[in-house]
Ligand binder design. Structure first.
Ligand code: ADP
Ligand code: MG
Length: 394
């Protein structure tokens, strides 16, 4: 069993930190450094497991893995967030004595590669990251994607980008044991700078949608609510179960099949107000993703603001997955002039994103901080995010 890393990033350039720490830990220079980003979901919440649509983009915050091969089939891993050094061999990866704790994300990628029949060289790996852990910005997928990029390159493995998200997702689902959809790994691997990633969670088809905030004089402000995740796992499972039951009652494989025009008829066939509200969220949210994509394709970025805000209202009133800290941040951002704002991520804590004129970023952030102080909440943190590239060798 390994411990829990410190969740907050260290100072200084992350790529430099990874390389320098590798040298002092392993006494030699790394062969290379590989980076993968955290992500936010612009819109499309709780649509993934309903076979629907999501629209994430990659953050400028990245996880960097410095790596070099080592003899034998042994992997030695360190992270700047913990003092632990974890070493494992093929037996621990494939056998019952599994790697646990943070290093399981690394062992899971090795496992996924071996299981898919790829050669994986033994390696020393050092991980540095600017992605805060457990804030809903997907530090786990960033770690998996960076490690995967490193091992694939070191092993000379041919694994096209479109096949990598599924392998990384299997590492997290089947090895680490965390049930996640395909969005996080797709974003960490396949996003492009200046674009959002339109992902159809049923077909896994992706489309790169122009989202050049800088050219439009806009920015996305991301506020980490710092709210404790209250009962998030149980509530998530309950929402999923309600959606599955509703699809059964409506006689469709997934709620994705229900369109907004079909909604009044569908709601009439559901047994109670709660189920009706949940279904209304999923159906309208899928449509908001499609509408957002249409506006972005037409270059009308400013106009997506109301869709973001409508998504938030739907999560708050129909899906009931927000908490007071989150609602306070959204309201304060809108009052201070944000064009739109919403919670991003699964809910019950996590982050809020706001679409703002670039020159108003600090004003909006300050308004959120003030509103938090008035309510006596733990002070939030914030950063500005422009759509950034997916996993890459540095
Ligand atoms: P999120 O992906 O939203 O940040 P998760 O709970 O899915 O939250 O993943 C966080 C976990 O991933 C951490 O608890 C840790 O085990 C692992 N992890 C992510 N980044 C790192 C890192 N840089 N160093 C060590 N472990 C990490
Ligand atoms: Mg995660």
């Amino acid at each position: 069993m390994t411990g829990t890393p410190d969740p907050r990033p260290a100072a200084g350039d992350v790529a430099h930190r990874a390389g320098a720490a590798f040298e002092s830990a392993f006494g030699r220079r790394p062969t290379g450094r590989w980076a993968a980003p955290g992500r936010v979901n612009l819109i499309g919440e709780h649509t993934d497991y309903n076979d629907g649509y999501v629209l994430p983009f990659a953050l400028p915050l990245r996880t960097v893995v410095a790596a070099a091969p080592q003899d034998g089939r042994t992997w030695t891993v360190r992270s700047e967030l913990t003092d632990e050094e974890v070493t494992f061999g093929v037996d621990e990866v494939t056998g019952p004595g599994r790697v646990t704790g943070w290093a399981a994300y690394v062992a899971g990628v090795v496992w996924g590669l071996l299981e898919a029949g790829h050669p994986v060289p033994g390696a020393h790996l050092y991980i540095a990251s600017d992605v805060p852990l457990g804030a809903g910005l997907s530090s786990s997928a960033a770690l998996e994607a960076a490690v995967l990029a490193a091992l694939v390159d070191l092993g000379g493995v041919h694994l096209p980008d479109e096949d990598r998200p599924r392998l990384a997702q299997r590492a997290e689902n089947a090895y680490v044991g965390a049930p996640t959809g395909i969005m996080d790994q797709s974003a960490a691997i396949r996003c492009r700078a200046g674009h959002a990633l339109f992902l159809d969670c049923r077909t896994e088809a992706v489309d790169h949608i122009p989202f050049d905030l800088a050219a439009a004089g806009l920015a996305i402000l991301v506020v980490d609510s710092r709210a404790p995740h209250r009962h998030a796992d149980g509530e998530y499972a309950a929402r999923r179960a309600t959606c599955d039951r509703a699809a059964d009652l409506l006689g469709v494989p997934a709620l994705r099949e229900v369109r907004v025009v079909d909604l009044p008829g569908a709601l009439n066939r559901l047994p109670d107000d709660e189920t009706r509200s949940r279904v209304r969220h999923v159906v309208t949210e899928n449509q908001r993703v499609l509408d957002t994509v249409d506006l972005l394709r037409a270059g009308r970025i400013r106009e997506i603001g109301p869709l973001l805000t409508a998504s938030h209202a739907s999560m708050r009133d129909d899906f009931e997955i927000t908490v007071p800290e989150i609602d306070t941040a959204v309201e304060a951002a809108l009052t201070a002039g944000a064009l739109g704002a919403r919670m991003t991520g699964g809910g019950f804590g996590g982050c809020v994103l706001a679409l703002v004129d670039a020159d108003r970023t600090e004003t909006v952030a300050a308004a959120v901080t003030d509103a938090y102080a008035d309510r006596g909440f733990t002070a939030p943190t914030h950063f500005t995010a422009l759509p950034s590239p997916g996993a890459t060798r540095l």
